[in-house]
Design a protein around this ligand. Structure first.
Ligand SMILES: O=C(O)CCC(=O)C(=O)O
Ligand SMILES: [Fe+2]
Length: 369
């Protein structure tokens, strides 16, 4: 009977067939086995090796902070702040978002509880080679690829029918914590997208509608300590192929760096804040006015770092192109029309390095200087 239920569930969910991924070892397990040196597959080329700065920097303190409750009350000044944040930074922190500390702590505990399970337990929820749902490492497409110093768990949350429930860990409280957090993030997501729509001169619901059947997923990143952090990257430089990403950082461990004005800038964690970034879809929709900024994560010698990224993205079949309000004689369309799935597949076929997803959509002749 149980098998039948499982089978029927497996038939119902939708694969995330963006490409295939080769199985690679768990990095957490390498560290558990007391690996003293970074194995060669994880060593970055010289020009990609990180400079690691953990001290809070003045520049990092300048990353815009948006007061969500003002935004939700329709405050024009706060909306203008959001506009500038998306244009000039592509990243901003949100405070007063109304998601309680308890809800945030519960989801963090659930995620860390999952990664602390023995490998044999976690493997029950492993990704399949041609599907992104579950536990493993995303986007490993060649034996030569330099690997990242992290393990991940990727779960689709909404729409409900896209969930692959067989890879949801059966850990007490896990599902409830992820659900409760996601329900809260949904509200924040919609308010932000609504305000962005208004800022782009569109009806409030338009950006949301433009996703087609919107997907809302959680990517849980686990970065174990590394014996030689200046040789590896927890996650390599990339921009997110999302519309927006909402990130819960570790409160105590700095790791995320954003490429701001050609420099890697560490993002100081603010406890219980949500860090939001503009993804490639929004860069296309806004005709390049909002920037999907490259970012990466570095590791350290002592501490595990966990981050929880809620990724919001369109249906595979959704066609992306700049909205009409962002095109004029002065600003010709910078992107050709592309299907979301083609954007992803194009990116997957190359190494996960830099803004490869969005390069595919660029109209070469119409770029802003
Ligand atoms: O761990 C982080 O801070 C960044 C994670 C990230 O960039 C991602 O999941 O796309
Ligand atoms: Fe990212």
């Amino acid at each position: 009977m149980a098998t039948q239920i499982e089978n029927s569930n497996e038939l119902e969910y939708e694969k995330i067939a963006w490409g295939t991924s080769l199985p690679v070892p768990s990095v957490q397990e390498l560290v558990r086995n007391d690996t003293k040196e970074v194995p060669p597959r994880y060593v970055q080329n010289n020009d990609n090796r990180p400079v690691i700065i953990f001290e809070p920097s003045q520049e990092s303190a300048e990353i815009p902070i948006i007061n969500f409750s003002l935004l939700a009350d329709g405050d024009e000044d706060e909306r203008t702040k959001l506009h500038l944040a998306c244009k000039e930074w592509g990243f901003f922190q949100i405070l007063n978002h109304g998601i309680t500390e308890e809800v945030i702590q519960k989801v963090k505990t659930a995620v860390s509880g999952f990664f602390e399970l023995p490998l044999t337990e976690k493997k029950k929820y492993a990704m399949e080679e041609d599907d992104l749902h579950g536990y493993g490492q995303a986007f490993v497409h060649s034996e030569e690829q330099i690997l990242e110093w992290s393990d991940i768990m990727f779960l689709i949350i909404y729409p409900l029918k896209s969930r692959k429930t067989v890879v949801w860990p059966e850990l007490p409280g896990f599902k409830e914590a992820v659900e409760e957090y996601s329900k809260n993030v949904e509200r924040v997501r919609d308010e932000i997208l609504g305000n962005m729509s208004l800022l782009l001169g569109l009806e409030r619901d338009r950006l949301k509608e433009m996703h087609g059947e919107m997907k809302h997923a959680v990517r849980m990143n686990y970065y174990p300590p590394c014996p030689n952090p200046d040789l590896v990257l927890g996650i390599g430089p990339h921009s997110d192929a999302t519309s927006i990403t909402l990130l819960l950082q570790d409160d105590d461990v700095t790791g995320l760096q954003i490429n701001h004005k050609q420099k890697w800038l560490p993002v100081n964690p603010i406890p219980n804040a949500i860090l939001v970034n503009v993804g490639d879809c929004l860069e296309i929709w806004s005709n390049g006015m909002y920037k999907s900024i490259e970012h990466r994560a570095v590791t350290n010698k002592e501490k595990v770092r966990i981050s929880v990224a809620t990724t919001v993205f369109p249906a595979d079949t959704t066609e992306l192109e700049p909205v009409e309000t962002m095109i004029s004689e002065q600003h010709l369309s910078m992107y050709k029309r592309v299907k979301f799935l083609d954007l992803i597949k194009h990116g997957m076929a190359k190494t996960m390095d830099g803004k490869i997803f969005i390069e595919y959509a660029k109209e070469e002749d119409n770029q802003r200087p």
